[in-house]
Design a protein around this ligand. Structure first.
Ligand code: NAP
Ligand code: FE
Length: 365
C-alpha cells in the first residue's frame, strides 16, 4: 500500500441549532470576537442572529465586518484586518460561503502578524493566524475544514491560494441556514464540492483514507441527484449536501485540487462565472482525459451514471453551457495553466500544453 499521512485538526460539530447548543465552546477563544461575513445572506438566513446570541450568552464582545464580496480581494482582507487590529479582537469567526471563510483566514494572518501587508498573503514563509472558527452557509467549498484560502490577485489577473496554512479550530455545520439558498447557489456550490471529491480522488496525493472519504462523499451526492434535477432541496437533502461538502473539504485538505480548479480560475476572473460552475463546465472533459480509467469508472458507478456522456448531460442540465470564449482567450488561459506548477504537480502524469488546450476547447467551444 502507498504510504500516506492524514491530518485533520478541525473539530466538526453538526446538527440543528449546533451553535446555540455548543455556545460554551466559544469561551476559550477569548473576550472579543471578530465576525467576518457577507453583505446580506447571514442576516436573512438567521445564522448571524444565532451566532450573536451564542456570543452574548457567553459574555463575549463582538465586532461585525459584513463587507465580504464574492471572490474576495486582497484589498478587502487588508481593510478588515486593520479594523480587527484597532478593535483588538482575540479571535475570528468566518460566517457564510467560502468567500467569508477564506477571508476570515486571510484576515487572521494579517491580524496576528501586525506588520504584514496584503502582499504577504502570498509570502513564501508561512505565517500563523489568530484562531479561526468557521460556520459555512453554503454546501460547497469545504473551507471550514481546509487550510486553504483563495484570493483574487488583480496584478496577476487570477485567483490564487494563499501560501499559509490556517485550519479552523471548530466547524459548526447547521443545514437550517441553507434552506433559503437560491437554486443557482445550491447547484454551483454543490458542483464545487463534487469537483473536490472527484479531483481529490484522482490526484497523485490520494490515499486509502482520502479515497474512502471521496467515495462516501460521492455516494451522498448521488443520493441528491434527483433533488438537483428537480430543484427540490428539502432539509434532509440540505443535511446531506452540507455533510458531503465538509467531507469533500477533508479530502482536498489532504489531496489538494487539480486541473479543473486551476483551469476554472480564468473563467471566474475573466467571465465572472461562479467558482463551482467554472469547475463543472470542465469536469466531463477532465474525466475523459484522466489516464486512470479504473478510478474514472468507479466515479461513474458511485454516481450511478452509465458513461461520461450521461455525466456530461447531467452537468449540462444543472449548469447550462458557456460558449463565450474565443480561441485567443483559450490560448492565454492555457498558457497561465501550464505555468501553474503547483496545480500540475497534483496530477499523477505529465500534463502537456495540448492536453489543457483540448480540455478547454472540448468543454467551451
Ligand atoms: P460565496 O462567494 O461565499 O457566496 C456566493 C453567494 O451566495 C453570495 O452572494 C452569498 O451572499 C450567497 N450565500 C451564501 N450563503 C447563503 C445562504 N445560506 N443563503 C443564501 N445565499 C447565500 O460562494 P462559495 O461558493 O461558498 O465560495 C466560493 C469561494 O470559495 C471562491 O472564492 C472559491 O475560490 C473559494 N474556495 C475555497 C476553498 C477552500 O478550500 N478554502 C475551496 C473551494 C473554493 P452574501 O455575500 O450576502 O453572504
Ligand atoms: Fe472549489
Amino acid at each position: 500500500m502507498k504510504s500516506f499521512s492524514y491530518f485533520m485538526p478541525t473539530k466538526i460539530l453538526c446538527g440543528k441549532d449546533v451553535i446555540i447548543n455548543n455556545a460554551d465552546l466559544l469561551k476559550s477563544f477569548g473576550k472579543k470576537a471578530f465576525i467576518i461575513t457577507g453583505k446580506a445572506s447571514s442576516k436573512k438566513n438567521g445564522s448571524l442572529k444565532d451566532l450573536t446570541k451564542a456570543l452574548e450568552k457567553q459574555n463575549i464582545e463582538y465586532v461585525i465586518f459584513d463587507e465580504v464580496e464574492e471572490n474576495p480581494s486582497m484589498e478587502m482582507v487588508e481593510k478588515a484586518a486593520s479594523i480587527g487590529k484597532s478593535e483588538k479582537v482575540d479571535f475570528i469567526i468566518g460566517l457564510g460561503g467560502g468567500s467569508s471563510l477564506d477571508s476570515a483566514k486571510g484576515i487572521g494572518v494579517l491580524i496576528k502578524n501586525k506588520e504584514a501587508k496584503k502582499e504577504d498573503l502570498f509570502l513564501a514563509k508561512k505565517l500563523e493566524s489568530i484562531e479561526v472558527i468557521a460556520i459555512p452557509t453554503t454546501a460547497g467549498t469545504g473551507s471550514e475544514v481546509t487550510q486553504y484560502a483563495i484570493f483574487t490577485d488583480h496584478r496577476s489577473k487570477t485567483k490564487k491560494g494563499f501560501s499559509h496554512s490556517v485550519f479552523p479550530k471548530i466547524a459548526f455545520l447547521d443545514a437550517k441556514y441553507l434552506m433559503s439558498t437560491p437554486d443557482s447557489v445550491t447547484i454551483n456550490t454543490g458542483v464545487d464540492a463534487l469537483s473536490h471529491l472527484i479531483e481529490g480522488y484522482l490526484t497523485i496525493n490520494a490515499s486509502v483514507l482520502s479515497d474512502a472519504l471521496s467515495k462516501e462523499g460521492m455516494a451522498l451526492f448521488s443520493e441528491c441527484r434527483e433533488a438537483f434535477l428537480k430543484r427540490e432541496f428539502t432539509y434532509e437533502i440540505r443535511e446531506k449536501l452540507i455533510l458531503m461538502s465538509t467531507i469533500a473539504g477533508m479530502v482536498i485538505a489532504e489531496s489538494g485540487t487539480s486541473l479543473p480548479h486551476g483551469m476554472g480560475y480564468a473563467l471566474t476572473y475573466f467571465h465572472n462565472i461562479p467558482h463551482g460552475k467554472a469547475n463543472g463546465l470542465l469536469l466531463k472533459e477532465y474525466l475523459s482525459f484522466c489516464e486512470d480509467k479504473k478510478k474514472v469508472n468507479n466515479i461513474l458507478e458511485i454516481l450511478n451514471m452509465k458513461d461520461l456522456d450521461e455525466f456530461g448531460g447531467f452537468l449540462k442540465e444543472l449548469l447550462g453551457s458557456f460558449k463565450g470564449v474565443n480561441e485567443k482567450e483559450i490560448n492565454e488561459y492555457t498558457e497561465t495553466m501550464i505555468n501553474n506548477k503547483a496545480k500540475l504537480k497534483n496530477h499523477p502524469f505529465e500534463v502537456k500544453r495540448e492536453d489543457i488546450l483540448n480540455i478547454y476547447k472540448n468543454s467551451l467551444m
